[in-house]
Design a protein around this ligand. Structure first.
Ligand SMILES: [Fe+2]
Length: 416
């Protein structure tokens, strides 16, 4: 694998239009009219569709007189085969002008999969390496399909990000990345976050928080990405517990919704660090959700990288807990680690179980022995000591970290 280096000049990459705020789904007819879109494929998460979470959007589409069909054969980790054989086929057969994706990362990633194939005769696994070897802003050689993305969870920021996660026939997660899959429009409407089950609200909000913190402290951060990341932490940190306990509380849902958007912008203009670099096999092998996997690694992440970016972690601390602001001279990384452990406890992340206990509770025979931790790191992390990490991290150091997480080192234990 070619060694990656950080480019000296990193662009501010903001494209597309983002509508934000309560009731902003009402902008759909105007967007379609302005673009001349008359036929749309609605790509809707099946759970959201079943629970009626997309009813308001379908009604708006109908009232606007748009022709539409619904594609909702979407798995939690969307499959290349579903996208190509069902979603893309529907788009082409109905001669759609655009897509409207409604749901979490899986629905938006499915739409991105359809978009990236567009009018080419290639498959996603053939396109992924082509995009990987192109500059993100280089014109795509074929016509891709446009989309509006409307998140109904608060975590991925996918609606303002130019990558997707799609699972191939062997169960491997591909991460195509290019401007051609950056949505033309995003709509961030907090009303859509009001009915999330608590564990989904907790995991997805923690995903957004981790994306903000990772991008803020990583070595690829820019002034623009830092500004977005810190704003995301300011919005998510003080509101996350209140939001998870009552997702219908409007102020809290609004703050989380906007925080996730800023986390997405920061992510799009910076890079990942150790948490997202080791995340996919955890979700693949242990049936742990992406957001949960982010949350359980966060205390370790602060402990491991803390001294290298201490001033930045201090700023994150004060943004997270503004009523407990400390001067830099009094900032204690250990206290921050403990507060993040307590946050996971308050949010009941993975029912406060270790990875091993949680995997067993989900019917995974054998749970998560130490050898599996090592395999997880080998699968995703080996040779990926990326230049964006705040602290250089070898595979062995990452294996020890995951074993420590697995043994419950970062699980908060309340005093008896
Ligand atoms: Fe994430």
């Amino acid at each position: 694998m070619a060694k990656r280096v950080l480019e000296k000049y990193r662009p501010i990459n903001v494209k597309g239009y983002v509508y934000v705020g309560k009731g902003s789904i009402s902008m759909i007819p105007k967007i379609c009219k302005d673009e001349g879109w008359e036929r749309v494929l609605l790509v809707i998460d099946p759970g959201v569709l079943k629970a009626g979470g997309a009813d308001g959007i379908i009604k708006i589409v109908e009232s606007a007189g748009l022709a539409y069909q619904i594609y909702s054969e979407i798995k939690p980790n969307p499959l290349q085969s579903d996208i190509e054989k069902i979603g893309l086929k529907m788009y082409r057969e109905m001669k759609a002008d655009a897509m409207i994706a409604v749901g979490g990362g899986s629905a938006m990633d499915s739409a991105k999969g359809i978009a990236m194939i567009g009018e080419s005769d290639k498959t996603i696994d053939q396109i992924e390496p082509i995009l990987f070897n192109m500059a993100s802003n280089a014109p795509c050689p074929w016509k891709t399909y446009p989309m509006i993305c409307i998140p109904t969870t608060c975590g991925t920021g996918s609606e303002v990000i130019r990558n997707a996660v799609i699972t191939d026939a062997k169960g491997h997660k591909m991460v195509p990345k290019h401007d051609c899959i950056l949505p033309q429009y995003a709509i961030e409407d907090p009303d859509l976050l009001a009915t999330l089950p608590a564990h989904v609200a907790a995991a997805t909000a923690m995903d957004a928080l981790v994306q903000a913190i990772e991008s803020y402290v990583c070595r690829a951060a820019t002034e623009f990405s830092e500004m977005c990341a810190l704003r995301a932490v300011e919005l998510i940190g003080p509101n996350i517990v209140r939001y998870v306990r009552n997702p219908a509380e409007e102020d809290a849902a609004d703050a989380i919704c906007r925080g996730a958007m800023f986390a997405g912008f920061s992510w799009n203009c910076a890079s990942i660090a150790q948490i997202h670099a080791s995340n996919h096999p955890i979700t693949e092998l242990l049936h742990i959700s992406h957001g949960d996997a982010c949350a359980i690694l966060l205390p370790w992440f602060v402990e491991w990288n803390g001294e290298n970016k201490k001033e930045k972690f201090w700023k994150v601390f004060n943004a997270m807990w503004p009523t407990e602001m400390v001067a830099y001279k009094d900032f204690d990384l250990d206290i921050m680690v403990k507060k993040l452990m307590k946050l996971n406890y308050d949010l009941n992340i993975m029912n406060n179980m270790t990875m091993d206990e949680y995997a067993k509770s989900r019917g995974i025979e054998g749970g998560c022995p130490d050898e599996l931790c090592d395999r997880i790191i080998d699968m995703q992390f080996a040779g990926r000591d990326l230049p964006s990490y705040p602290r250089k991290t070898s595979d062995d150091e990452m294996k020890k970290a995951l074993r420590d997480v697995n043994h419950g080192k970062y699980i908060y234990k309340p005093a008896e």
